[in-house]
Design a protein around this ligand. Structure first.
Ligand code: AKG
Ligand code: FE2
Length: 317
């Protein structure tokens, strides 16, 4: 009886081998689960890395390649001056000291209460009228009401010589009066903030309107975005002030002012009527971001402690 014979040949399964089979089955199942889980994990990891690198690429392409903290936003109208003190650099030791003026307290301040938006608008119209007489072929044009220097093409002309008496059709006595009023108020704010004797602080050159846009630079004068120290660039400056005449985000994009503090940069977003001022030494290394779109207007009004570098207020010839 083959069947019986066969049956006789087959060993009845003992409990141990069943257990072993179950265990082996379980182990195989667990193994395939583990492999599948590992596959999913690897896929997730790859996707995560892909997303992370895409995010980082986006961040860096939009963040002007540095870690930047917005110190003062355009949308935030400051009710009170913001001041950030930084230790003075040694730069001032290479110059004669003028008591009551030479920086002993250094730092930067931003205020929205020294100049009104209406006054800033009037200042911008002066800049627009003057700069319409010339303008750089590249992205940065200046008009210096004191010296008369105006960007034109790839050079500068002197508006007072170039246009002679006709310049009185462009600028009025009120325009110069407004400049003087703005300069006086800013000078008082600088003196108050840094604890100076206002009469020992003098306007210095250059003092100029700037107009920046996204046009490609044609000469070195158009390259306004390089990090720099005003005391090195302009020599006579001890305190720099900037009065902004247009709004970041609505008149132009890019073009924010950046204090470069090493670990983190601190940014000022221009706002029409906003005054930013700071001691001019290397404690305030800074740069302006490239303007991406629109037009940015500002005026630089700076002060020296050295009477030999003092200039008078701009005036019609
Ligand atoms: O326009 C600005 O915000 C700053 C310009 C500047 O740094 C300069 O003219 O030295
Ligand atoms: Fe500067």
């Amino acid at each position: 009886m083959p069947l019986q014979l066969r049956r006789g040949n087959v060993k009845p399964p003992d409990n141990n081998s069943v257990e072993k089979k179950i265990k082996r089955g379980n182990a195989q199942r667990q193994g395939s689960w583990f492999r599948r889980l590992r596959g999913w994990l690897l896929l997730g990891l790859l996707l995560g890395l892909l997303l992370l690198s895409a995010g980082l690429a986006w961040f860096y392409s939009n963040s002007d390649d540095d870690i930047t903290e917005v110190w003062v936003r355009q949308s935030h109208l400051l009710q009170e001056k913001k001041f950030f003190e930084v230790p003075c650099s040694e730069d001032y030791e290479n110059y004669q000291r003028y008591p009551g003026c030479t920086p002993q307290k250094c730092g930067r301040a931003v205020t929205d209460t020294v100049v009104t938006r209406e006054e800033a608008e009037r200042m911008r119209r002066i800049a627009e009228r003057g700069l319409a007489l010339g303008g750089s072929d590249g992205g940065a044009s200046i008009l210096d009401l004191h010296s008369g220097a105006l960007s034109r093409g790839q050079h500068f002309v002197n508006i007072y010589r170039y246009f002679g008496d006709q310049i009185k059709d462009v600028f009025s006595e009120e325009d110069f009066q407004l400049y003087r009023t703005m300069r006086q108020r800013i000078q008082e704010a600088v003196a108050r903030t840094f604890g100076l004797d206002v009469s020992r602080l003098y306007l210095t050159k250059p003092t100029f309107f700037s107009r920046m846009n996204g046009t490609e630079a044609k000469t070195a004068h158009d390259e306004y975005w390089h990090p720099h120290i005003d005391k090195v660039t302009y020599g006579s400056f001890d305190y720099t002030s900037l009065l902004y005449l247009s709004d970041y985000g609505s008149d132009f994009g890019g073009g924010r002012f950046v204090f470069m503090d090493g670990v983190a940069n601190r940014t000022v977003e221009p706002r029409s009527g906003r005054v930013s001022f700071f001691s001019s030494g290397s404690e305030n290394l800074h740069r302006v971001e490239k303007v991406r779109w629109g037009t940015r207007f500002a005026i630089t009004v700076s002060f020296t402690c050295d009477p030999a570098h003092a200039i008078t207020d701009p005036a019609l010839p």
